[in-house]
Design a protein around this ligand. Structure first.
Ligand SMILES: Cc1ncc(COP(=O)(O)O)c(C=O)c1O
Length: 366
């Protein structure tokens, strides 16, 4: 049986007619950069998320950079974040010559542990940047309370969590600024690089709109040092073709997760989603203590797996200058050795899920 991890090919075949015609329309008009489709997409994203502003950009990484620049992160500022994430989260803080300050995660949700944040705050702390890992929103009430008490900004790295909710609000509508990625394999993905920044703050929104076009406020007049961070119109056209199906896709991801849970939760540490939240299920991640063995056995059956993430950020070569060491964040380090993600996409059907589940059980005899 052929199992695909994200199944982008089946996704394309499913929406082919609309995607092809949307792309063809752009080719016919040649409005490749910030065309009207980008504005239409931004309206759709505002409606979907409930955020006052949705500003599209060139990637989830650039969305983080724009958010950090909008709140004026400067050299020597400190930004608190998680070490158990994709490199971009810490990297964009460091790119601005600010200091990423890591705080360990919760063992069950893999998101930053809000109880540990206050200890990491210093006079230099400017912001907290939690990550809604694997698709589940962070503990925003606790994080926001700490931020309010210490006068810090909150930027949510929602690259993996577009479409998730916290007390009924979308993850994109939490914090001072929230970001997402439309990388192809993300819950809502385009067919290249893309991202977005969300905020309810007029000042940040106006600044981000300028920052993404080199800080330009009118042609050849540059108010800020910015970046070339626009979204291509073709990517907007792809997203516009996919958005009408996105709510159904979220329901299907939940269906797959429910089936995995009901079959695997007796044997494995399956994902824990807090009662007041829904996940966008970017990943379905198990915790296992014989990971290499399970991955190899599943591979023999033609079942792909992924490891997010095998090396936490504090142990990355590029962050050696921060002087963290092995053992500083034991929960993240444990997860980096034991987390393994199973195929997750809305197109998985019962027979495939059953095959994956029985293969996982066989690969891990009790
Ligand atoms: C947590 C997290 N942050 C940031 C990013 C960066 O997004 P992009 O690949 O669109 O630049 C990703 C993408 O993998 C991510 O998973």
């Amino acid at each position: 049986m052929k199992i695909d991890f994200a199944n982008l090919q089946l996704q394309y075949q499913t929406y082919k007619e609309k995607i092809d015609s949307n792309i063809q329309a752009i080719l016919n008009k040649s409005n490749y950069i910030l065309g009207e489709e980008v504005q239409i997409l931004e309206k759709e994203l505002q409606n979907f998320t409930g955020a006052k502003y949705a500003i599209t950009c060139s990637s989830g990484t650039d969305a983080l950079l724009l958010a950090l620049m909008a709140i004026d992160i400067e050299p020597d500022d400190e930004v608190i974040t998680t070490p158990f994430t994709w490199i971009s989260t810490g990297e964009m803080i460091a790119l601005l010559k600010a200091k990423p300050v890591f705080v360990d995660i919760e063992p069950d949700t893999y998101n930053i542990n809000a109880n540990l944040i206050e200890k990491a705050i210093t006079k230099k702390t400017k912001a907290i940047m939690p990550v809604s890992l694997y698709g589940q929103p962070v503990d925003i009430d606790a994080i926001q309370a700490i931020a309010n008490k210490h006068n810090l900004k909150v930027i949510i790295d929602g690259a993996q969590s577009f479409g998730s909710t916290y007390n009924g609000k979308t993850d994109s509508n939490l914090g001072d600024i929230s970001t997402t990625s439309f990388f192809p394999s993300k819950p809502l993905g385009c067919y290249g690089d893309g991202g977005a920044v969300f905020t309810n703050n007029d000042e940040y929104a106006n600044k981000i709109k300028l920052l993404r076009v080199h800080g330009q406020n009118k042609r050849y007049h540059h108010r800020y040092i910015g970046i070339g961070g626009r979204m291509d119109t073709i990517q907007a056209a792809v997203l516009l073709a996919k958005i009408p199906n996105f709510r159904k896709e979220l329901i299907d991801r939940q269906r797959v997760a429910d089936q995995y849970n009901s079959e695997l939760s007796n044997t494995f540490q399956t994902p824990v989603i807090r009662l007041n939240r829904t996940s966008a299920w970017a990943q379905y991640t198990l915790r296992v203590n014989n990971r290499d063995n399970i991955i190899a056995k599943l591979k023999e059956q033609g079942i792909p797996t992924s490891v997010f993430y095998p090396i936490p950020l504090h142990l990355q070569e590029c962050f050696q200058y921060l002087n963290y060491k092995q053992g500083d964040f034991p929960i993240s380090e444990g997860a980096s050795k034991e987390a393994v993600s199973l195929p997750m996409n809305p197109f998985l059907i019962d027979s495939q899920i059953n095959f994956i589940v029985s293969s996982v059980k066989l690969a891990n005899p009790i």
